[in-house]
Ligand binder design. Sequence first.
Ligand SMILES: Cc1cc2nc3c(=O)[nH]c(=O)nc-3n(C[C@H](O)[C@H](O)[C@H](O)COP(=O)(O)O)c2cc1C
Length: 211
Amino acid sequence: MKIDELRNEYKKARLDEASAAASPFVQFRTWFDEALAAEVREPNAMTLATVREDGRPAARIVLLKGMEDERFLFYTNYDSEKGQELSRTPYAAMVFFWEPLERQVRIEGEVLRVDARVSDAYFETRPRQSQLGAWASAQSSMVDSRDELERRFAEVTRRFDGAPVPRPANWGGYAVVPSMFEFWQGRPGRLHDRLRYVRTSRGFERERLCP
Ligand SMILES: Cc1cc2nc3c(=O)[nH]c(=O)nc-3n(C[C@H](O)[C@H](O)[C@H](O)COP(=O)(O)O)c2cc1C
């Protein structure tokens, strides 16, 4: 199959003003629950785009780990490329693609570090291997070899032997405070449904976009 012959017709559902929630947070939760019910694999995986120092974009997948107080949480290494990018330009775009439901959600907003206690509480719930990995890996920095990475992992495993693994100070959560949501539902003939919610001084306002 040639790449330019790959083609899908979307016809599973529709998204209209009558059924979509007035609150984008409620709408997101509804779609997220439907993705869970449809057993979408890794429904909390999202593409996270940030801004490099030279103004160019950078994107990678991270996992959504919470939706609290109308903020979307994810965790990472604060010294990583994305962490440095967010220190300079604290704004991000997030994209979810739930293929079995023919849906995309885009969210944009300001990004803040979460309270250290929130990061501590989440770090404690992680499997021990992941906790040790956070110490062993200076995310996004160069490493000479796989062996070197495994040597560092063995070293921290010895260091914390028999003791709880504390959260490294450079590892923690970010909260995205949305200023824009777009809900996209694939439709036949490329006439997809797109509803955008934009934050205004009166709350979120909704508009329909051409596909
Ligand atoms: C499915 C999946 C989930 C991931 N989840 C995370 C995550 O929650 N946090 C994270 O820091 N990196 C996560 N990563 C790795 C990132 O995509 C990326 O490689 C890493 O964060 C370094 O990015 P950076 O150099 O731009 O900072 C995940 C990758 C995949 C494929």
